[in-house]
Design a protein around this ligand. Sequence first.
Ligand code: ADP
Ligand code: ZN
Length: 651
Amino acid sequence: MNSIDDTALTPQPQAQKNRSNTAHSTTPTAQRHDASHAASSSPLPPSPTSVLKELFGYDSFRGHQAEIINTILLGHDALVLMPTGGGKSLCYQIPALLRPGVGIVISPLIALMEDQVFALLQAGVRAAYLNSTLDYNAVLDIEHRLRHEQLDLLYIAPERLFSERTWSLLARLNIALFAIDEAHCVSQWGHDFRPEYLQLNALIDAFPHVPRLALTATADKRTREEIRERLGLSKAKTFISSFDRPNIRYWIQEKSTSPKQQLVQFIRSEHAGDAGIGYCMSRKKVEQIAHDLRTEGFRALPYHAGFAANIRAAHQRRFLQEEGVIMVATIAFGMGIDKPNVRFVAHLDLPKSLEAYYQETGRAGRDGLSASAWMVYGLQDVMLLRNFTAQSTATESHKRVEHHKLEAMLAFCETTACRRVQLLNYFDEAYPEDCGNCDSCLSPAATWDASIAVQKALSCIYRTGQRFGVNYLIDVLLGKPTERITQFGHHRLSTYGIGKELSPQQWRSLFRQIIARGYVSVDNTQYGSLQLTADCRPILQGKTSVTLRALREVRSRSSVNKPKSFLAQFNEFERQLWLKLRAVRQSLANEQKVPPYVIFHDVTLKDMVEQRPQTPHELLALSGVGEHKLKNYGESFLAVLRNTWDEHSIP
Ligand code: ADP
Ligand code: ZN
C-alpha cells in the first residue's frame, strides 16, 4: 500500500505519456520505477502538490482537498460533501493520476462528462469518456487505450459500466479508484434518483481493493445517510465542507407590476455583458422573457423541455461556447452545466423548496468570482406554491415533508434577517454572523407594526364570507364602488373603505405576507378565495402583534456599500484589455470547438489583467496556468499583453 508520504507515488501524466506504449508495466512498483526515469525534468517523484501546480496551475489545495486525496492515496474510501464550485473534481483526478491504473469516474450526466474530459485534455491529462454518444470505432479505440494503460481517467455512465462488455473489460484492468460523482442520485427521496446507481454496490465485491469515493453537493443529512448505506460506504471517511457560497450575493425583491423591467434593470446595472440563467416556471413565460430580453438588446435564448432535442442542444452549446449569453429556462436546464462563469441566476418564479433554490442559485459563480442570485417574488407566487401543496396527491408523510419545505421557502423570502444565515441554517449549518453580502445585510428591510391593518384584512375576509380573492378584498378595503361589490351588497359592510391609508400595492404585500405566514389559506377550488385559519385568532383578538416587512418600491440602486463585480472595478484600460484577452480565448476555443473556459477560466484572465505578466515564467505563476496550457496558449496571450503595454507605453 502506498504511504501517505508524497514521495512514494506513481507517475504524473506527462511522465506516463512519455513512456513507450509497449512498456507494459502492470505492477505499481514497475510504474513507479518507470516514472522516476521518465520524469526527468524534475528530480523528485510527483506529489499531489506538484501535480496541482504543474498540470492544473494552482498553488495550494482548498478546504479538505488535500486530506481527501491522501485518504484515497492510502487506498481508503471517502464520502465527500462539498458545495458546487468547491473543487470536488480534483479530489479524484489527482489520486487517479498518482495511483497505478486508470481512475473510473461514474457520472450520470453526459454533458458534464464531456466538459470535464475537454478540460482535462487541455491540462494534458489522458482522459476519455464512454457514453452513448460515441460511435463504435471510438469505443473500440478507448477500449484499446484502456487495455494498453494509456488512460489516466475514464468517465462513464452507470448503465454503461454495467454492460457485460465494459464490466469484463474492467475486470482485467488495473484500476486506480472509482469516483461516484453526483452520488445523491442513489437517493430515492431526491429528485435526481437514478435506479442504475443502486447497482453500484456491486463494485464492493467485484473490486474489493479499489478505493471508492462518492461525491455530492447535496447537503441534507438524510441523503448523506442514504448514500453511505446504499453505496456501502459505512466505513468511509466522511468529509463535510461548509455549504456556504461566499461569492454569491443573495438578492430578493418583491415583484413590481413589471418583473421583466426589474430583471432588465438588474442585468443592466449589475451584470451587463455577463452570462446568466433566468429561471421561470412555465414554458410560455420562458419564451416570453427570452423574447423580451432580446428586444432589449440582450443575447438571450430560451430553453425548456418542449423544444426539440436539436434546438435544446444548439442553445445549450451557444450558452457554453459563447460569452455573455443569458439562458432563460425552466428547471429542465442546469443539471450538468458546469460553466464556471455564470455570473447570475435570476428567478422570476419561486422554486418549490430551498433545496431547489440552493441548487439552482449554486450554478452561479462556480469559479469563485463574485456572482448574484437574484429573485423576485410576489403574491401570485405565494398563492401558487400554497395551492401546489394543497393539491398534492402525495402520501400524508410525504405531504408533511412538502409542507415543511414550502414553509421554509416562504419564510426565506419574507425574512428581514440575513439570507445566508437562514439558508445555511436550513441545511443545519450555523453561520457565525450576518454575511454582509445579501440584500438583508446590505440594504436592511424596513418593518412596520401591521397589527391593525392585518386585523382589518382578516375581518374583511370574514365579513365577505371567505369566498373572495385578494383583488376583490382590496377593492372592499379601499372602498371602491365596483359593480360586483354593490351586487353583493358589500358596500354596506363595516370593513368597506376602512383601509384607505394603504395603497393597493401595500395591501397586496400585506396579503402576500399573511398568506406566506399561514394566517389565511388559499382555496384553489374557489378561484383563490381566502379563508381564515386557526392561526389568525390571536391576531383578531388583539393578543399578538404582527410585524411585517415594508414595501419597497425600487431598491436596486439604493445601497451604496454594495460589493462590486470585478468587471465594475476595472478601469477603462483594464476593461479593454479584458475584452481583448477574452477575444483571444474565444478564437482559441472556436478552433477546437470547446467552450472558452476550457482554455482558461475568467479567474486566470482577471489575473492577467491585474498582474500584467510579461514572460512565460510570470504567466505560469497565475492561477490556472499549468505547463501544458502554457505551452499551447501562453504565447497567444502574452502577445496581446505585450502589445497592450507597448501601445500604452507601459514599461
Ligand atoms: P465542483 O465539482 O465541486 O463543483 P470543480 O471541481 O468544478 O467544483 O471546481 C470548481 C472550480 O474551482 C474549478 O474552476 C476548479 O478549477 C477550481 N479549483 C478547484 N480546486 C482549486 C484549487 N485548489 N485552487 C484553485 N482553484 C481550484
Ligand atoms: Zn446577509
